[in-house]
Design a protein around this ligand. Structure first.
Ligand SMILES: [Zn+2]
Length: 218
């Protein structure tokens, strides 16, 4: 839930962060849930920050499977720690939250797969199976790596990928959005015929790079 309060709204355009600046050191004040934290910026102001590219299960009552585990995972690794915040094309979402990548050590040199695996917390959530991939353009700087990290976690049954799921008889994919749905999801009924595709299993959808709908959570 987003609570409106004075001073917490989206910043005016001239105050927006300039994308493309190097990572800045921030301190993680607290972890809200697996993919959302409160950080203290260099000037001391506290900001709510949503991690880019990942989605952890909800912790609101009743918590989704692995929601509490994901929150504990992030708290253990981030709370109280100084990390390095990197932004992407869009620095904030529509709720005014910062959107970012959190590096555990200041990144340097080539930011390729090895450094992402070792040092990027967003990647760790995927690799250890505490988050699912959630690609939201235009913030796709590391999306290709993230897709492979999720594949690795899924194929090895790590974290939430090891949990049993009640399979639907089939799933409905939208080749335009690359999302897939349960057959009774309202969004599934609105897919244009030429974009509509059918999967017999969740695995088939993930294999083709589709991401689960955030409403019906297939
Ligand atoms: Zn859906």
């Amino acid at each position: 839930m987003f609570l409106a309060c004075s001073g917490c709204g989206p910043p005016s355009p001239e105050k927006r962060e300039q994308p493309g600046e190097g990572p800045v050191a921030v301190r993680v004040v607290r972890v809200v849930d697996g993919d959302t934290v409160v950080v203290a910026m260099p000037g001391g102001a506290e900001e709510r920050l949503r991690l880019i590219g990942v989605d952890t299960p909800e912790i609101s009552e009743p918590p989704e499977p692995f929601g509490l585990e994901a929150a504990a995972y992030s708290a253990e690794r981030l709370e109280g720690r100084v990390v390095f915040l990197e932004t992407d094309v869009a620095p904030r979402d529509r709720y005014g939250r910062l959107l970012g990548y959190l590096w555990l050590e200041s990144p340097s040199g080539h930011l390729g797969e090895a450094q992402l695996r070792r040092n990027l917390f967003n990647a760790h959530l995927l690799l250890d199976g505490y988050a699912q991939l959630m690609t939201v353009p235009p913030n796709v700087k590391y999306a290709d790596y993230f897709r492979e990290f999720q594949r690795e976690a899924r194929e090895n049954g790590r974290g939430l990928w090891g949990a049993a799921v009640d399979e639907e008889d089939f799933y409905v994919g939208n080749s335009g959005t690359r999302r897939f749905h349960r057959p009774d999801c309202p969004s599934a009924g609105q897919i244009a015929p030429q974009n509509r595709t059918r999967f017999e299993t969740r695995t088939d959808a993930f294999e083709l790079g589709y991401e689960p709908c955030r409403t019906c959570k297939p």
